[in-house]
Design a protein around this ligand. Sequence first.
Ligand code: AMP
Length: 428
Amino acid sequence: MSFSSQGFAPEVVKALTECGYEKLTPIQQQAIPLARKGHDIFATAQTGTGKTAAFSLPVIQQLLDSGKQPSPRTARALILAPTRELAAQIADNIKEYAKFTNLNIAAVYGGNKMSTQERQLEKGVDVLVATPGRLAEHIEEENVSVRDLEFLVFDEADRMLDMGFINAIRNIMMEVESAPQIMMFSATTSSQLNQLSIDILRKPKRIMVERANSTANTVAHVVYPVDQERKTELLSELIGRKNWQQVLVFVNYKETANEIVKELKLDGIKAVLCHGDKAQSARRRALDEFKEGKARVMVATDVAARGLDIEDLPHVINYDMPFLAEDYVHRIGRTGRAGKRGHAVSFVSREEELTLVQVENLIKQRIRRVEQPGYEPKSRDAYVDKLNSKPAFKNRQGRRNNPTQPNTDQASAERRLAMINRLKARRK
Ligand code: AMP
């Protein structure tokens, strides 16, 4: 299915051709015709499926068709995204798609000056991309009104809820007096998300590109069992020996990220950081260097890297397994995009074997284990045997995150469990 057959204006089709888009991706095939007819949409789509174009192209076209101009300090279409990086990226994509039109597109998110953003909002904008917290501030200061909104999109709605934006979202919704067309996109589903969709969507069309919580089938998953304290060495060894270029490395803690970057530097591998302690401008710069190939590795935490679109990313490495199995899906969504081959590597210490089992259950796939000679974990076999022995297995089924651990791992298992429970509580 081609873009010109979807009734898009020639200037939009021209921009898409320049982006190298020829055919619609599956999510676009489903979402675009429904959105063009004005339906509300509730879509479960993985990252990397082309969902940004799926929601933004119908909005762009409908804004063009109406021929209206935005009033000063108002937005006609609002796209909410969980992180500043994702908001900036969506705005960049939309500017590309609309570059031959005279639509006015702006992005507002934390980390940049309110006053600069205020000036952008003064004349009114056709499309406003925003993080919920910063938008709420601009509404409060009357820099922009969403009263007459025509379109409202939630991108990565699941993550917005995880990040505790539910109140900001509900406050923004209270400001809307019109009945905008609403589209909600999410990589995973949850009861809280379903509730929000029931509250705000009108007879939504349900779209599922692949089963929820799945990863793209263009991704090859591999696990390297390794002791925690040898992970950095293994990372450096694999990158060097296998000559991997453009490697996105996920860690659970900022401190780990800082250490890895230092260690890789000692081995002559240029790496950049993307985590919450870095200023917005530094994160953008790091991402640009990584995208341009000036840095071979980017080490990131989950929140900072959420939704980043890095084209043709060949390797994603879980240096730490994520605390929640669902986050594996989000991390891996950075590779194997738009039909390209991707490589998802996970370093799994003995303490992380259980998370690996949960990930395998979630993605309904057993992941291949590869032992790197010289890095075999100490007494891992004994640990796994014990874990899979009958009593432990019984316990695991009954209490998903609370296995009977061998005594030596009790403390770390308990720390991990406490962390998982805290994260789960925040999700509720
Ligand atoms: P997204 O899921 O929106 O982050 O998009 C993932 C990647 O697919 C981005 O690099 C897009 O530029 C690209 N993309 C989106 N739609 C198409 C298309 N129809 N043809 C080729 N690439 C696309």
